[in-house]
Design a binder for this molecule. Structure first.
Ligand code: CU
Ligand code: ZN
Length: 205
């Protein structure tokens, strides 16, 4: 005989359930679950291994490209291929909101910053130290003479799942170089020249 749940304890648990149900009825909590799905708000998004952001130029600009996100053992690998840039460096970041309704990109809000730290460049925050540098600070795209930039950096403190997931947020590419922590709060990267929402992507076959 291996079952060891004390009968008295089980009975006590069951006997309290009706009381609990009566207390919370009508509070609105159960109404939110009326669709029959279970919602655990503490866990956030789960099961995402790949995400993608397709960039659209903001008004007056001609930038195009994509940023891909892949979950690896070392963190989230961020790769990008972007065209239509002026040669040189252009700051780009994960911004808070996936709202692309403003022609100048400003509806996406500020840099994604789940730990309440100052702005910085990638070397400051990608090891989970949280000493500075927003989780969304991806540094700079560095465009060649043709206006093309490639990017490939892995971040231990970026997440596709859970309460700090970047899925549903956005990427902004800026006109100017992100100058980092000496230029609070955003690195002085200038106007927003491209924007896109980070969405769930299919895993490659
Ligand atoms: Cu930005
Ligand atoms: Zn920042």
């Amino acid at each position: 005989m291996t079952r060891s749940i004390p009968t008295a304890a089980l009975c006590a648990t069951l006997c309290f359930l009706p009381a609990c149900g009566n207390q919370s009825a009508g509070t609105g909590q159960h109404a939110a679950h009326a669709d029959g799905h279970h919602h655990d708000h503490a866990e956030g998004i789960q099961g995402v291994t790949h995400a993608i952001c397709v960039l659209s130029a903001t008004e007056g600009n001609a930038v195009a490209g994509w940023i891909r996100f892949e979950q690896t053992d070392a963190g989230v690998r961020v790769t990008a291929e972007v065209d239509g840039l002026t040669p040189g460096k252009h700051g780009f970041h994960v911004h808070m909101f996936g709202d692309l309704s403003a022609a100048d990109g400003t509806a996406t809000g500020g840099h994604f910053d789940p730990h309440g730290v100052d702005h910085g460049l990638p070397g400051m925050h990608d090891d989970h130290a949280h000493v500075g540098g927003h989780a969304g600070d991806l540094g700079n795209l560095d465009a060649d003479d043709t206006g093309h930039a490639s990017y490939d950096v892995t971040y231990a403190d970026l997440h596709l799942n859970g309460p700090e997931s970047i899925v549903g947020r956005s990427i902004i590419v800026h006109r100017d170089e992100d100058l980092g922590a000496d230029h609070q709060p955003t690195g002085n990267a200038g106007p927003r020249i491209a924007q896109g929402v980070i969405g769930i992507d299919a895993a490659p076959e």
